[in-house]
Write a protein that binds this ligand. Structure first.
Ligand SMILES: Nc1ncnc2c1ncn2[C@@H]1O[C@H](COP(=O)(O)OP(=O)(O)OP(=O)(O)O)[C@@H](O)[C@H]1O
Ligand SMILES: [Mg+2]
Length: 493
């Protein structure tokens, strides 16, 4: 606009250029652009028009005039003189032009020159030629402002909804003072920092829940929490999912797409099942983590991203590094602060509280209002189970129990929890069957062996055809080992 004024000056008297708006609803004046000599009045960005002048200004804003010339302020009404003094020096000439877009008044363009009687109709005619480019420039500026406002509103909504979501899902961490005490201590230590965190633990132990808790407890909690399920992405789509793509980057890329990294800017990126990333993608991920910038697929510019990384896996990454299926350098990057979440069978003290919490949560979801009683003996049987699916398995059990109880109309008023007929494969047995995992600990191998013996004897321990005899152990020794390893007879009906 400064350049424009300098140019206009060559043709028309002009010491100042001012573009302003009047909002009839609030009687406020807004300054969009103001260029004037330093000793001229400073006009606030936004201020209420003096009351006495409002009718005249509003009238002018409404009526259809193409220009207005003021050559001597002393000839004006006192109320208008007051208004003029806000904008201009004592002796001034002002040329006003309406800026119109699609027959809507969008603003007022004012040129001002020091001294009286500086303008005539020929100046107004010349200015009329600039009306359209000025209107377009103003519309663009206002639309840009609107976009920024909407964007901020969206971000605000997004933050609010995220908070609300956490509130609704009511994700509480049960056992924070018991079975998960050490884990929670580590979470509290590392949450305020920027360090990457690696969450390790069997399936269903609460890795995602803790990733969320870490984000919530971190200074980034006003920013987004974005999850990527690295195991769920087809190899060809990983890059575009993580880093985004430009419009037309490949067939099917119909529009620009921001990747998860960009979306997580200012917040936390949760790389779930990180061990499932193919090696080629691991290289690219590492590069992004090192440089803290991404390039969209098909794009040329680099975009700086500020994210904190939390990753999770149920696999033994160290072992995978040794086998060459996970890059060592990436592992070093992610493994700065590993947190191992113990499996449920090692924190059976949390089971009663978890059961109560999960029953309440599911009842709310299923809109069950009557009180649910849990039959006597259930707890022992839950404590003895080995929980290969951990909390999620318990959650499924509760859900199944509630559905069955509801179907029976809660006749007994009891929630009946029952183990599935065919016991799910335990982690240990999975290890034995697939053998692609880490080497088994002695206890895990022994546990699995005992389970197989129990299966063979249909749960019988004593006697010639009992598991103890089969394993060459005294029955009480076997019972002791089963207790220690958390094995129940009931798993093997
Ligand atoms: N300590 C806990 N207190 C309350 N709920 C829990 C706890 N741990 C896990 N849950 C619940 O158990 C379910 C499984 O947890 P989550 O999805 O976080 O596990 P995960 O380790 O990510 O599992 P997977 O490896 O299968 O992805 C969720 O519904 C979660 O809310
Ligand atoms: Mg998970």
């Amino acid at each position: 606009m400064e350049n424009t004024l300098a140019y206009i000056k060559k043709v028309i008297p002009a010491d100042a250029l001012h573009i302003g708006l009047f909002d009839p609803a609030t009687s406020m004046s807004r300054t969009i652009v103001r260029i004037c000599p330093d000793h001229w009045p400073k006009v606030p960005l936004s201020f209420p028009i003096p009351e006495a002048a409002v009718p005249r200004v509003a009238e002018e804003w409404r009526t259809d005039f193409s220009f207005g010339i003021l050559n001597d302020a002393r000839e004006e009404d006192p109320c208008i003189q007051e208004l003029i003094r806000i904008f201009w020096p004592e002796e001034v000439s002002v040329l006003r032009t309406r800026l119109i877009m699609e027959s809507r008044m969008i603003g007022m363009l004012l040129l001002a020159a020091e001294g009286c009687n500086r303008y005539d109709e020929s100046h107004a005619e010349l200015m009329g030629m600039l009306n359209e480019p000025f209107s377009i420039a103003l519309t663009n500026a206002l639309q840009y402002e609107e976009i920024v406002r909407l964007k901020e509103m969206l971000e605000e909504d997004n933050r609010y909804l995220h908070k609300e979501l956490r509130h609704i899902s009511g994700d509480r961490i049960i056992g924070a003072d018991f079975g998960l005490k050490e884990v929670m201590q580590m979470v509290r230590q590392v949450a305020p920092l920027e360090s990457p965190v690696l969450l390790l633990g069997e399936t269903g132990t609460g890795k995602e829940l803790l990733a969320n808790a870490l984000h919530t407890a971190s200074p980034r909690n006003a920013g987004p929490f974005v999850k990527v399920n690295c195991g769920g992405l087809p190899e060809g789509l990983i890059d575009s999912e993580l880093f985004g793509h430009e419009k037309g980057a490949f067939t099917g890329a119909l529009a620009l797409k921001r990747g998860r990294f960009e979306r997580a800017d200012g917040g936390t990126l949760f790389l779930d099942e990180v061990a499932e990333l193919p090696l080629s993608a691991q290289v690219r991920l590492l590069r992004v983590l090192q440089n803290r910038e991404i390039e969209r697929v098909g794009g040329t510019e680099t975009i700086a991203v500020n994210v904190r990384i939390i990753s999770a896996t149920h696999r033994n990454l160290e072992q995978m590094v040794k086998e060459g299926s996970f890059r060592e350098d990436l592992w070093f990057r992610l493994n700065v602060f590993p947190i191992m979440i113990p499996p449920l069978r090692q924190r059976s003290q949390d089971i009663p509280a978890l059961l109560e919490y999960l029953v309440a949560r599911k009842c709310k979801e299923m809109k069950i209002t009557r009180k649910v009683h849990i039959p006597a003996g259930t707890m022992e049987f839950l404590r003895e189970h080995s929980w290969p699916g951990n909390i999620r398995e318990l959650q499924n059990l509760v859900e199944r129990g509630l559905i069955q109880s509801q179907a029976k109309g809660f006749h007994s008023g009891l929630l009946v929890l029952d183990m599935p007929r065919i016991p799910a494969l335990t982690q240990t047995e999975k290890h034995l069957n697939t053998s692609d995992e880490s080497f088994l600990s002695f206890d895990d191998a022994a546990g699995s062996h005992i389970r197989r013996a129990l299966e063979k004897t249909h749960g019988k321990i004593m006697g010639e055809d009992g598991a103890a005899a089969l394993l060459g152990l005294h029955p009480s020794t076997l019972r002791g080992k089963m207790r220690k390893l958390g094995i129940s007879k009931k798993e093997n009906p």
